[in-house]
Design a protein around this ligand. Structure first.
Ligand code: TYM
Length: 348
């Protein structure tokens, strides 16, 4: 039986927000109780956008430490799990090259996130941005991970990772067998997209995803926001004039209400139906006050711990170095296997 291994990544591009936390990091924390987990700060992915967007070398280092601090502050144990930054393990880039030769142009041309991020000026997008999903497949498969906790927006990328794993297994089936491996050398990684907040929306527009690149800071709650900022943003969040419904089906066609209820549910660890049983019939003003209290109570300690860790870069970098060492051991084995399977002669 393949061991169950979890892998996921977060980009160090600044403005870590509530969507990252509720859509991904909360699930990272839960999974460590049952799985071996590897959580990666994906700095190679961060540089796929123009330098002014990722901020340059100092900003990248600061943001890499900040995501690491968020992982630790959220409750991921760096001793029992692996936390590291992608560029410290060379295997990510090596496996990407092999996968570049497995993945098809047509598959990448279908990726909606590339189209969104490249925008109208596609000719000027970096090759790295186009190749982003292949690097992501390499991240996961380098550890032969079986489960990948992510938000809804990463679903298409996960499907591509499965296609790449499957094509590699098929293309090299004979060599995989003659090297003594099970015919499914790479597992087909399963997306883990669960909870009431797999797609947290902008607080200003229920049709748009909460995102680090939205020009309005009022659209998102940053993990660095203090209690006052959280309160202001929630009070100003867009709603509609109706009171809250008492059942989930009453949230249909009310995206802003649905979003706030989803955030409340995720922060309190309760299903949406349960939240609506309590607040059904209430006006938004009262509900928002409760949401402010809940958000401040949940995020306050996280933010405080992140601030404390920001004062201790030595410790944070030590966590990354130690994680990279352990990740590297697993990665080296996969790279050795892949070299043998493909036919690259290597030092014995
Ligand atoms: P990134 O850095 O954009 O986001 C990190 C995680 O946060 C989730 N997320 C959201 N979830 C709910 N609502 C939102 N509004 C929201 N915004 C972001 C994302 O789905 C993600 O899980 N490509 C990945 C990073 C990556 C990766 C990987 C993930 C690189 N290699 C391998 C998994 C496995 C990304 O850009 O995440």
């Amino acid at each position: 039986m393949t061991i169950q291994r979890v892998f996921s990544g977060v980009q160090p591009t600044g403005n870590l927000h509530l969507g990252n936390y509720l859509g991904a990091i909360v699930n990272f924390v839960k999974l460590q109780a049952t799985h071996n987990c590897i959580y990666c700060v994906v700095d190679l992915h961060a540089i796929t956008v123009p330098i002014p967007v990722w901020g340059g070398p100092d900003e990248l280092r600061r943001n890499t430490r900040e995501v690491t601090a968020a992982f630790i502050a959220a409750g991921i144990d760096p001793k029992t799990q692996v936390i590291f930054n992608q560029s410290q393990v060379a295997g990510h880039a090596e496996l990407t090259w092999v996968f570049n030769c497995v993945a098809r142009l047509g598959w990448l041309n279908r990726m909606t996130q590339f189209k969104e991020k490249a925008g109208k000026d596609r000719e000027n997008a970096s090759i790295g941005l186009y190749d982003y999903p292949v690097l992501m497949a390499a991240d996961i498969l380098l550890y032969r991970a079986t489960h990948v906790p992510v938000g809804e927006d990463q679903k298409q990328h996960l499907e591509l990772s499965r296609d790449i794993a499957q094509k590699f297994n098929n293309d090299f089936a004979a060599s995989i067998a003659s090297n003594g491996h099970n015919d499914k050398y790479f597992p087909l990684p399963e997306p883990v997209i669960t909870g009431p907040a797999t797609r947290v929306m902008s607080l200003r527009d229920g049709a748009k995803k909460m995102s680090k690149s939205d020009p309005s800071d009022y659209s998102r709650i940053n993990l660095s926001d203090d209690a006052d900022a959280i309160a202001q943003k929630i009070r100003k969040a867009k709603t509609d004039p109706e009171p809250l419904p008492s059942e989930e089906k009453g949230l249909e066609a009310r995206p802003e209400a649905d979003n706030l209820v989803g955030i409340f549910a995720a922060l309190s660890g309760r299903p949406k139906a349960d939240v609506l049983r309590e607040f059904g019939g209430a006006q938004f003003s009262g509900f928002k006050s409760n949401l402010v209290d809940l958000a401040v109570a949940k995020l306050g300690p996280l933010t405080a711990e992140m601030k404390r860790l920001a004062q201790d870069p030595g410790y944070v970098e030590q966590v990354l170095a130690d994680g990279a060492e352990r990740a590297g051991t697993i990665a080296e084995q996969t790279i050795r296997d892949v070299k043998d399977i493909v036919g690259f002669i290597r030092k014995q």
